[in-house]
Design a protein. Structure first.
Length: 448
């Protein structure tokens, strides 16, 4: 066995000393959202516990039903070698094994313990944030990142993680400060760019956000497909608020869809952007939906994360594949009924199932049912995971259902505060015009 330290100074135990470069590509690439994280697979013949655990984690990030099965051989080798590994490495192996077994509470507890005991293990920290994010635990995301701050303050990517934690906790000034500090340390910090885009969108700084993202987009090179497509997705949201629809469609075609069409996150970026365009009255064309739906149709039996399933279902239904969407709904219901862990059972049964019914109802024109079912789910929607900006798709669908079912007073009560917070949004202003016309108040508003 060979001992060394990784790029962040954490001791590692390797069978093959030549594996260190590949391991560092995983560590550095993962926290920097760079595609080189996959290079650790080049060292998969090294049966060291940490190398095998990192390979297993990569397979788990496929977010597919077969991901645990694909990760299992690596985990078996990692666990067999764990006795020769450090205590930190053993904990990382155990956390990835818990993830593959579907025991996210244990995985999170192990990552939180790692952050306290080994705060420079930022790959473990980012993985812990990922799980907390998927369970809607924003305070947990912030807490785990803060644990590492005294020991890793010079690492820009930690400040990007902090920025997103602050933002998801609605502490926007602190989020912006952390994001700007990260960018000051390293201009190419795409996760910090992403966090700042969230802040600016929430605060209605639409023109500023558009300019900022355009100004740093030259650094979005060598990134994993999620990060590059998702940052362009954020830029598309800024343009959508300005009703620059042709530019949004161009971004969809050139940047958002088509990097890795097989990947879950690329698929949900695409669903969300096409649906938002249609909700804004844009004809996106049947061909775009058909291309996307062919990939979504392979997800009917996934049930990995409720947030993903909801978007698969809506995308299939919007693409006209209603039978496939109904099949997915039945699978969601069956999966929800089989859950035993309390949090997971509540989320799937009380949030995901009614939301799925509401989304399918909306896509098939049952506006009253859509409004009723989404109204049940939305107050608890944070629990399905996803960011505030991502979950806003479901809120937009709900508002559209209210309009189409003639519930104008309820819609005005929800839409006007949004427009107040987003004075630069032409999209919201146009929607409000229709609301006040339906309420016979448009003339009164023009005269005041």
């Amino acid at each position: 066995m060979h001992t060394a330290t990784d790029s962040l100074g954490n001791p590692v135990t390797l069978h093959d000393q030549g594996s260190l470069a590949a391991l560092n590509d995983f560590v550095d690439g993962f926290i920097a959202c760079e595609a080189r994280a996959v290079n650790v697979l080049a060292a998969e013949q090294d049966h060291s516990a940490i190398v095998q655990a990192c390979c297993a984690a990569l397979h788990m990030f496929a977010e597919s039903a077969d991901a645990p099965r694909n990760a299992l051989p690596y985990l078996a080798r990692a666990q067999a070698a764990a006795g020769q590994a450090t205590e930190r490495e053993q904990r990382f192996v155990a956390a990835v094994a818990a993830w593959a077994a579907g025991d996210l509470p244990r995985a999170i507890a192990l990552h939180e313990e790692q952050a306290r005991l080994h705060p420079r293990d930022l790959a473990s920290l980012k993985l812990g944030q990922y799980h907390l994010f998927n369970r809607g635990d924003s305070p947990g995301m912030l807490r785990i990142a803060l644990a590492a701050l005294p020991a890793a303050a010079e690492v820009p990517y930690l400040h990007g993680m902090l920025a997103f934690g602050w933002e998801q906790c609605h502490l926007l000034d602190r989020a912006e400060a952390s994001a700007r500090h990260a960018v000051g340390l390293c201009r190419k910090e795409p996760w910090a760019h992403h966090a700042l885009a969230h802040v600016m969108l929430t605060q209605g700084r639409i023109a500023e956000g558009t300019e900022f993202m355009a100004g740093v987009s030259d650094t979005w090179t060598g990134l994993n497909s999620f990060m590059v497509t998702h940052n362009w997705w954020h830029q598309a949201l800024f343009l959508l608020e300005q009703e620059r629809h042709a530019e949004v469609l161009a971004l969809y075609d050139q940047q958002v869809w088509g990097v890795v069409k097989e990947y879950t996150q690329d698929q949900i970026n695409a669903v969300s952007l096409l649906a938002r365009l249609e909700l804004a009255g844009v004809d996106v064309g049947r061909a775009r939906w058909d291309d996307l739906a062919g990939h979504l149709a392979l997800r009917l039996s996934d049930q990995v994360l409720p947030f993903l399933d909801l978007q698969y279902l809506y995308g299939l239904a919007r693409a006209g594949r209603v039978d496939a969407a109904r099949t997915l709904l039945h699978h969601i219901e069956a999966h929800a009924a089989s859950r035993t862990e309390a949090h997971e059972r509540r989320v799937w049964q009380q949030v995901c199932v009614p939301a799925a019914h509401g989304l399918l109802a909306h896509a098939t024109g049952d506006w009253a049912m859509a409004a009723s079912q989404l109204g049940l789910a939305l107050p608890q929607l944070v629990a399905v995971g996803g960011s505030h900006a991502q979950r806003d798709l479901f809120h937009q669908v709900y508002l559209d259902a209210l309009a189409r079912s003639g519930q104008w007073a309820a819609l005005q009560n929800l839409l006007q505060p949004q427009a107040n917070a987003q004075p630069e949004s032409l999209r919201l202003a146009r929607q409000l015009q229709a609301v006040y016309a339906a309420l016979a108040l448009d003339g009164a508003l023009r005269s005041t």
